[in-house]
Design a binder for this molecule. Structure first.
Ligand code: BGC
Length: 783
């Protein structure tokens, strides 16, 4: 059973006139001739779709197909409908909403980026017990009917009129409906979906329902997340009910969505679902939209809602969550859970920056978070898919688009000029080198290194071209650079820079990068990615490339040192992130490291144990301090409770991680997104260094168990999924005594380090008991 080589997409020729964006109900009746042995329905859409057989929803709450570079390929789903078909007449249906194809995208919520006409594709293959088979595909025999969904936008919400009868209903006579038309598929390919769908992963009940000062009903689910509500509606026919979604309840007690419009030129449409009632009492849930929210404001219902009447249907990629973390300090546990919620909220059809404002697959955010993602769930396939999308839209000069998919299509004139202009930023585009390396480190599979290799090479070439281009900006330099080394300094072009240090806004971050630190950051990333690509080449046994990229990294390193390392040991602009990058990327010689680490610790202490880092360096900050003799400073930072810090957000009631360290303006109103996963990259540190379970050799062939005793906690525990099974650690400290329980999955070798003693552990469970001063008193395998 093969997918049509030239899939026939059907359209409603009447749609798209005057920018109309109605949902489309395609239907067709077929006759089942006898006893069915097996029947499979394959379906897809340019838009989001639900497939129906005799009114039975095959797709359910899943938002499919996922977002891909739609000009190039679209994913399809496969449903087993063997027991759903009946002998005789059957009605097959496809209902289409805008999805990412025609719906609003990105910061400016532009619609109709990929096309203004939704299209559906289906292939039903029935094999009968007698060995014969029938096949039905989308073609002009399909009819175009109507149904209650008037309009649906993935960001702005769904509009429904329940009074409109549905063509899916087998009782609706469809004979007189207009025929669908077939549209050529062009170069677009259909490919099988490879990742768990974005679908319902759980439900949340209302934590409280109040009337706001203005009299609206406001439901608080107590958790910021992505999804939709399921609500019991009743009222007279024609009554309009509106559901407004948002993350924040303002100081005035009303839903606040104003902060999503950071400035007037960047307006944000509210996330609103609207239902016109038909007089019945019924449960309702939108089909083709997804919101980022914790609160929902309900307008138009007379009766007071109770928690029996409304639920939060959480939508995310249905990954199996294998990770856990607990600690004697409940604030750290809450932090870990907040990161998990931000990951769920943003692991939708592409890993996004936030589930509200932009919902774009920003590369930098994914790059800094990927390793943290592994501590919660197996994200290998999910990120490989992201990388494939990213590579598919690489620009001819090697630039990586700022997000994947790149929100670009021939239909709307190709990649937007600004996207093109902003693509190529260091730390963002490096996702094509660094994410494959992260996946390899955690999952041990070299195929991702292989598949992303050509794009990674082109990216390094691109950075090389940026470096070779003369630039008049020499800002942030500490030394004069020889003519030979000048060609390795990445100064020309655009960089986001460190991005969102404490106190920075979009504008000040960008200005800082342009005027002061952009080249320091970019040159360091050029070195780092070239070195990592050298390692990748080594794993792939491309010896010449290994040499070439390692030599390149060595040259960039020398140039970087000349430009940004002062004779007094000061680095770049002399901020925390300068030292973090230098130490974490190995840009310093051995004898220079202690002074740089001391300066980093000194900067942190001078800030009264507050961090000063943004998106790029925060994930490396604590490890860098810890690995360079300042574990005490690292833990004080981690446990810091005033702004800027992770626990400050926790203490202020955050249920997800925020885009900025502050989260609110000085006057107390919300600012920027409250559900960005980037600063949540700290979850990896919690698992790997506070609890103490981390990969050693790629794919957890060896596992490092190193309890974070310096944390001052009395106990911590974590489990992580590895390709070999679950690895876990649980430790506890009491007066004069320390005990640890470790699980090494089959085929792995564990190394447990406590108080500078090292123990090799084979697969299985192990308990160790140690006196508090470090002498091993007992070691035995658990029964
Ligand atoms: C996004 C980020 C992104 C950034 C680029 C923002 O508007 O929300 O998370 O990485 O732009 O610097």
């Amino acid at each position: 059973m093969n997918v049509q080589s030239e899939p026939r997409w059907i359209i409603d020729t009447r749609s798209a006139a005057g920018g109309e964006r109605r949902a489309i109900y395609f239907v067709r009746d077929i006759s089942v001739r006898g006893q069915v042995r097996t029947a499979r329905l394959r379906a897809s859409a340019l838009g989001w779709y639900r497939a129906f057989v005799n009114g039975d929803d095959q797709t359910g709450p899943a938002l499919v197909p996922r977002w891909t570079p739609f000009d190039q390929y679209v994913e399809f789903q496969d449903y087993d409908v063997t027991t759903t078909l009946v002998t005789g007449n059957n009605r097959i249906g496809l209902v289409l909403g805008d999805g990412r194809y025609r719906g609003g995208l990105g910061a400016f919520q532009h619609d109709s980026v990929y096309g203004d006409r939704l299209a559906g594709w289906a292939q039903l293959t029935i094999e009968y017990v007698d060995g014969t088979r029938d096949e039905y595909v989308t073609d002009t025999t399909w009819k175009v009917g109507a149904g209650p969904i008037v309009r649906s936008d993935p960001m702005a919400g769904e509009v429904v009129d329940l009074r409109v009868p549905s063509a899916l209903d087998p009782a609706t006579v469809i004979g007189g409906f207009p025929h669908a038309a077939v549209t050529p598929s062009g170069a677009r390919q259909l490919i099988a979906e490879e990742v768990e769908r974005v679908t319902e992963i759980g439900r949340l009940s209302a934590a409280s329902i109040i009337r706001t000062p203005s009299g609206k009903q406001l439901v608080d689910f107590g958790q910021n997340a992505s999804g939709v509500v399921r609500i019991r509606l009743s009222g007279p026919p024609g009554r309009v009910v509106r559901l407004n979604h948002g993350e924040i309840k303002g100081a005035d007690g009303e839903l606040d969505i104003k902060y999503l419009t950071p400035f007037r030129a960047w307006p944000h449409k509210p996330q609103t679902d609207q239902v016109t009632l038909d007089g019945r009492t019924m449960w309702w849930q939108p089909w083709f939209t997804i919101h980022g929210f914790r609160f929902v404001e309900v307008e138009g219902l007379d009766a007071n809602l109770t928690s029996e009447d409304i639920e939060f249907v959480v939508l995310s990629t249905a990954l199996e969550e294998t990770g856990s973390f607990t600690a004697s300090d409940p604030r750290l546990q809450k932090l870990y859970e907040n990161v998990r919620w931000s990951m769920r909220s943003n692991f939708t059809d592409t890993p996004t920056d936030c589930p509200t404002r932009e919902r774009s697959g920003w590369t930098g955010d994914a790059q800094v978070f990927a390793a943290a993602g592994t501590v919660f769930a197996d994200i290998d396939a999910y990120f490989r898919r992201f990388l494939r999308n990213l590579a598919a839209e690489q620009l001819p000069d090697g630039r990586m688009p700022i997000y994947a998919p790149a929100e670009a299509s021939e239909f709307s004139g190709g990649m937007a000029r600004t996207t093109r202009m902003l693509s190529g930023s260091a730390g963002w585009g490096d996702a094509i080198v660094l994410i494959p390396w992260t996946l390899y480190s955690y999952y041990g599979d070299t195929t991702v290194l292989e598949s992303s290799y050509p794009a990674a090479q082109r990216w390094i070439d691109f950075l090389g071209n940026r470096a070779a281009a003369p630039s008049r900006r020499k800002r942030g330099r500490r030394g004069r650079v020889s003519a030979h080394h000048e060609q390795f300094i990445v100064e020309k072009g655009f960089d986001w820079g460190e991005w969102m240090r404490p106190g920075e806004s979009f504008l000040s971050s960008a200005v800082d990068s342009f005027r002061r630190s952009g080249a320091t950051v970019a040159t360091a990333y050029y070195e780092h990615s070239a070195r990592v690509l050298g390692k990748i080449a080594g794993v792939l046994e491309r010896t010449d490339d290994e040499r070439r990229y390692t030599d390149l990294a060595d040259s960039i390193r020398l140039a970087w040192r000349e430009a940004y390392l002062g004779p007094d040991g000061r680095i770049g602009i002399d901020r925390q992130d300068d030292y973090v990058r230098a130490l974490a990327f190995g840009l310093l010689d051995e004898q220079e490291r202690p002074a740089a680490a001391a300066r980093l610790a000194g900067l942190v202490i001078a800030a009264d144990y507050h961090l000063g880092t943004g998106f790029l360096s925060t994930p490396m900050l604590l490890d860098t301090l810890r690995d360079n003799g300042y574990a005490d400073v690292a833990y004080r930072l981690l446990l810091q409770e005033t702004t800027p810090s992770w626990l400050d957000q926790v203490n202020r009631g955050a249920t997800t991680t925020w885009e900025t360290w502050e989260g609110y303006t000085k006057r107390g109103s919300a600012a920027n997104s409250h559900n960005h996963y980037s600063f949540g990259a700290v979850a990896r540190f919690l698992v790997e260094h506070v609890a103490g379970v981390a990969p050693g050799k790629a794919g957890f062939e060896t596992i490092e168990f190193r309890p974070g005793l310096e944390s001052g906690l009395t106990s911590a525990a974590a489990a992580v999924g590895t390709p070999r099974g679950t690895a876990s650690i649980a430790w506890r400290k009491t007066v004069g005594h320390f005990s640890v329980h470790v699980v090494v999955p089959p085929g792995a070798l564990g190394k447990l380090e406590i108080s500078s003693e090292s123990h090799l552990l084979t697969e299985g469970e192990h308990d160790l008991h140690v006196t508090i001063h470090g002498t091993l008193v007992n070691s035995r395998d658990a029964p």
